[in-house]
Structures are given as C-alpha cells and as structure tokens.
Design a protein. Structure first.
Length: 349
C-alpha cells in the first residue's frame, strides 16, 4: 500500500510517500519545505504568512515527493493529512490540497492527529516483527511531546489508546527556547541556537545565573514555562549593556535555561513513569531533537531499567513521514467523504 502524508500544521510544509508491504515499509520520499527563514525576523511563526507559504509550496513539495518516490498520483492508495492541533489557516491549506487529490483520484483519506504522529513516528525505523511482537511488551508508556506549540505528558496503552495526564498551562517548552533566544538576540527557531550556544566552551563561570524550575515539585503533571522566560528577561535587563551583550553571558544564560527546561521535563516525566508503572518512555516533537535532553533521559532511564524511544532528529521536527506512518496505522478509519474533513485547531489526543 502506498501512503501519502501531508503536514501543514505550523511552519513546515511536509509531504512524504511510504510504501507498506507485508514485511515492513520503505520511506520512498520525505520532502520538507521549512519556512524558518520567513519567520526568523518575527521571533515566532506568523500564521497568515505561514498559510500563504503553504499554499504556494504545497504543489511544488508534492511534485518533488512524487518524483523522488518515482510514483504517479494514481498510485497513491491512502492519504493522511493533519487536521489538528495546529494553526487553523495552515491546517486548512493541507486539508484543501488533500481534498483535491482525493476527489481527482478517488483516494481515501485518514485524518491524523499531529500529537499522535509525533509519538507514532518513534517506531518508523522498526520492522513489523518488532511492532507485532515487541510493542505490547513495551506498554504502557509515558510519552512526552515537546514542541513549539505543545508540552504534553500522555499515558499510552497501545497505538490509538491515550490519556493526557498533564500539559503546559502557558508557553510550550519550544516556545520558551524561542523567546529566550529572541531576548538574547537570536533568530527563530531559538531551540537549535540556544543548544549550540550552550555547547560552547567557557574558561570559567562569571555570572552565576540561577533560574527557577517552574512546577518541578508540584504533584500534578502540568508545566509552566512563561515564568522562566520572564526570569531570563529580568536577569538580562538587570545587567549593564556591555555585560549582557557579551558572548560569555549569552553562553551562561543558554546553558542555565537549557538545564532548567531539561530538569523540569525529565523530572516530571520520570515521576509519571514511576506512578503509572510504565515500561517505556517515548519522546517526540521538535524539542526532542535537543541533545542535552536526549542524553539526560538516556542516562536516567538506563538507571531505572526503562525502555527509551526517541526518533532520529529529522523525524522530531514536523514532517510528512510521521503523518503517512500514523495514517497507515489508522487506515480502517479512512473516508472518501473528503468534503467532511475539517480543521480542528484545538484537537486533543
Ligand atoms: O515539532 P516542531 O517542528 O513544531 C511544532 O509542532 O511546534 O517543533 C519546533 C520547536 C521550536 O520551538 C524549536 O525551537 C524547537 O522545536 N527545537 C529545539 C531544537 N530543535 C528544534 N529546541 C531545543 N533544542 C533543539 N535542538
Ligand atoms: Zn510538531
């Protein structure tokens, strides 16, 4: 079965073709057009600009994905499209494009939840044998989905069976990276810029920056990152211009903010893993590409003898492969009533 996946929920136009066969699957193409350059100067995603870019780029990305996969439109047997959560004008672009292909070639469509796709993509490099025989032994699991728009802890019983146990009350972890980067003078997206800065060498620590770890000791599984950003802003403003513009200050701040975010994410996830007696921890979303976060989870979960899944970095940020992959697992709910597909900006898992 040849499955097309379409992702336009935020600032990435992603289209992928995956061929599923009896023994496994092959990713025939995974094309992503990133709008990073367009949004860089705004410090975040500007929804109407993003919508316009999706509209412009979808036909090109689609043609590129087909060409690379060496298939024609007629060979597509199923389309997965993200219908939420995400930016509504952007979601609609992917949906309208899907509706046209579905109508023209009579192809059934599966509506895909963006958050679930970030979770399921963890298994994209495994084989069918693994999924059929090993996956049940690895459940239940706690999934942490951390991106520019979401920070959610999800208890997973199996593919398709989830319970949201906590989420951010204000900013997402990725949004915090982005806002802090902006304060320090870096362009969107801030996560990779902060991570790179935090890796830079320093002879000694001069500024002794201490940031809060919001909600880390609270009993619930919710998060809050807007206070952390405010704490960075206070510290930044309290320093003389020369000091706050120095490379050393920026490196120390990047390290501390990354540590604060990693501490909170790891601590709350492990607390949930223990309470719900899970067998595995699963990461997903753009922030899961963060090396410091990946390493800390690896270390702590090894000590607890829990399984750890994190996607290859290219599958952490938004892409079409995660959508095609999710659509395949939910192929039973495919529909040819393409007129009825609508965007659900606040869709829950
Ligand atoms: O999943 P994603 O591509 O889009 C959303 O669904 O939001 O995530 C994008 C977010 C941005 O906030 C970006 O700064 C963050 O992921 N990000 C990172 C890293 N790479 C991307 N954050 C921390 N460290 C990284 N290496
Ligand atoms: Zn995402």
């Amino acid at each position: 079965m040849i499955v097309l996946g379409i992702e336009t929920s935020c600032d990435e136009t992603g289209i992928s073709v995956i061929r599923f066969h009896q023994k496994g699957w092959e990713i025939l193409s995974n094309e992503v057009f990133s709008q990073i350059k367009i949004h860089a100067k705004y410090g975040g995603v500007y929804p109407l600009l993003a919508k316009r870019e999706h509209q412009k780029k979808l036909p090109l990305v689609f043609q590129r994905a087909l060409k690379k996969a060496k298939i024609s439109e007629k060979e597509i047997e199923l389309i997965g499209v993200v219908t939420g959560p995400g930016l509504e004008p952007c979601l609609w672009q992917g949906i309208i494009f899907t509706q046209k292909i579905s109508q023209n070639f009579s192809i059934p469509v599966v509506e895909v939840n963006h958050i679930e796709a970030h979770i399921i993509v963890n298994f994209i490099e495994k084989n069918f044998y693994f999924l059929n025989s090993q996956l049940p032994k690895l459940m239940p699991a706690i999934s942490l989905v951390v991106s520019g728009g979401h920070t959610q802890l999800i208890l997973m019983e199996e593919i398709g069976k989830y319970r949201l146990i906590g989420e951010t009350r204000d900013d997402a972890a990725g949004e915090c990276f982005d806002k802090v980067a902006r304060i320090l003078g870096f362009e969107y997206p801030g996560g990779p810029a902060i991570a790179k800065l935090a890796e830079s060498k320093l002879k000694s620590l001069k500024y002794n920056i201490k940031l809060p770890r919001p909600m880390i000791h609270q009993k619930n599984y919710d998060f809050s990152f807007s206070g952390l950003k405010t704490a960075v802003l206070y510290d930044f403003k309290s320093r003389p211009k020369k000091e706050r513009q120095s490379k050393e200050y920026k490196i120390e701040m990047a390290r501390e903010v990354q540590e604060a975010i990693v501490d909170v994410l790891v601590s709350k996830t492990l607390k949930a893993a223990k309470e719900f007696k899970v067998r595995s921890v699963i990461l997903g979303g753009g922030v899961a590409a963060n090396d410091r976060l990946r390493k800390e989870f690896e270390l702590q979960l090894k000590a607890l003898s829990l399984n750890f899944f994190v996607p290859p970095k290219k599958f952490c940020t938004d892409n079409g492969a995660m959508v095609a992959f999710s659509a395949f697992f939910h192929r039973k709910r495919a529909t040819k009533n393409w007129q009825e597909i609508t965007a659900q900006a606040n869709l829950r898992i």
